[in-house]
Design a protein around this ligand. Structure first.
Ligand SMILES: Cc1cc2nc3c(=O)[nH]c(=O)nc-3n(C[C@H](O)[C@H](O)[C@H](O)COP(=O)(O)O)c2cc1C
Length: 357
């Protein structure tokens, strides 16, 4: 592909974005923990799932529309929370939110967003949004962020539970990556009651590494919105999450950025779905690069999938238009996958549509 050839898939966006990004931000966005085995496996594992189509089914009218935790979306593909989007593009989260709104899907806004939730809501007033939260030792800080989310019309909180400490990402050390001075995290700064910003490292030192299921349940009891947990990686924890009152579970290994050599999410999804047994909705992220990956996730029992880096690559290449194009490419790929599998909507996919189920 030459630079003059328009991107036609996520891999094209990855290549173009990686050329555009400076080494520091490029390594931060593209990198993972340790030897990056999980980072690579996340992607590879989806392609090992073999789809099992049915033919001579009326697929004259196929829709990718889906309802996820009560939100009616154009597709079961959400934008995962990713920090500091202004490093990808000057319009950062505002462009991402507009892209999600334009494609009819939901954006999960990171605690470490480089725009405030109020700014994001103003940029995309009709787009649904959730807030991703790292619970801080000082719960007042977390509840101040929740207040911002409620004021900005967020409809759920996603508590990330796989990051009591940040993973060791060597690309960042090698590149000497630091967040550029002009990019800050206004939501966190305001929640802390500060006027000057703080570093990501400073923020992670405030995250509560003593969080237990009991403490999470206490948080959920006080939270004014439904709470999902993000970062569940086995059936036992999925059951505990249900027992402690979560509204949904996101199967995730943080895109391979936390502990290396954990299983790719495609391989643990089924275990989690079986453990949950329909008590709450199950979402999944990590390595989703094609609409057919989403179809596989749905067939394995997920209600929806999220994309992190693909949306960031789109944002890097073309701001709102780039992120929007990535989301629309994935939606279209899912639509074709549904039709060719012989189903007319995402909810019709079951285990029968993957081999070896
Ligand atoms: C650059 C970057 C920043 C991220 N920041 C956050 C974050 O602030 N909070 C969070 O819960 N997850 C964060 N994640 C993880 C994503 O939400 C998601 O789990 C992951 O990107 C999914 O994998 P994928 O990038 O292969 O789609 C981040 C991921 C990346 C790549």
């Amino acid at each position: 592909m030459t630079s003059a050839t328009p991107p036609v898939n996520v891999a094209d966006y990855q290549r173009i974005a990686s050329d555009l990004l400076a080494p520091g931000p490029g390594g931060y966005y593209n990198g993972g923990a340790g030897d990056e085995n999980t980072l690579r496996e996340n992607v590879a594992a989806w392609s090992r799932i073999t789809l099992r189509p049915r033919v001579c089914v009326d697929v004259g009218d196929v829709s990718t529309a889906a309802t996820v935790l009560g939100e009616q979306l154009s597709m079961p593909i959400l934008v995962a929370p990713t920090a500091l989007q202004k490093m990808a593009h000057a319009d950062g989260e505002l462009a991402m939110a507009r892209a999600a709104q334009a494609t009819g899907t939901l954006m999960v806004c990171s605690t470490l967003a480089s725009s405030s939730l109020a700014e994001i809501a103003a940029a995309a007033p009709t787009g649904p949004r959730w807030l991703q939260l790292y619970l801080c030792r000082d719960r007042e800080v977390s509840f101040a962020l929740v207040d911002q989310a409620v004021a900005a019309g967020a409809t759920a909180i996603v508590v990330t539970v796989d990051a009591p400490y940040a993973g060791i990402r060597e690309r960042d050390t090698q590149s000497g990556f630091v967040v550029p001075d002009h990019i800050d995290m206004p939501g966190v700064t305001a929640a802390l009651g500060r006027s000057a910003g703080l570093t990501v490292e400073e923020f992670f030192s405030m995250v509560d590494p003593t969080l237990t299921w009991t403490k999470l349940e206490e948080f959920i009891a006080k939270a004014p919105l439904p709470v999902l947990v993000k970062g569940v990686q086995c059936g036992e924890d999925a059951r505990l999450a249900c027992d402690h009152g979560v509204a949904g579970i996101i199967v995730s290994n943080h895109g391979g950025r936390q502990l290396d050599n954990v299983a790719p999410t495609a391989e643990i999804l089924r275990e989690v779905v079986e453990a949950v047994s329909g008590r709450v909705e199950v979402l999944v992220d990590g390595g989703i690069r094609r609409g057919s990956d989403v179809a596989a996730a749905l067939a394995l029992g997920a209600n929806a999938a999220l994309v992190g880096r693909p949306a960031l690559w789109g944002l890097t290449v073309g701001g709102q238009a780039g992120a929007e194009h990535v989301l629309e490419l994935l939606r279209r790929e899912l639509e074709v996958a549904l039709a060719l599998l012989g189903v007319t909507s995402p909810s019709k996919l079951t285990n029968a549509y993957v081999s070896g189920a």
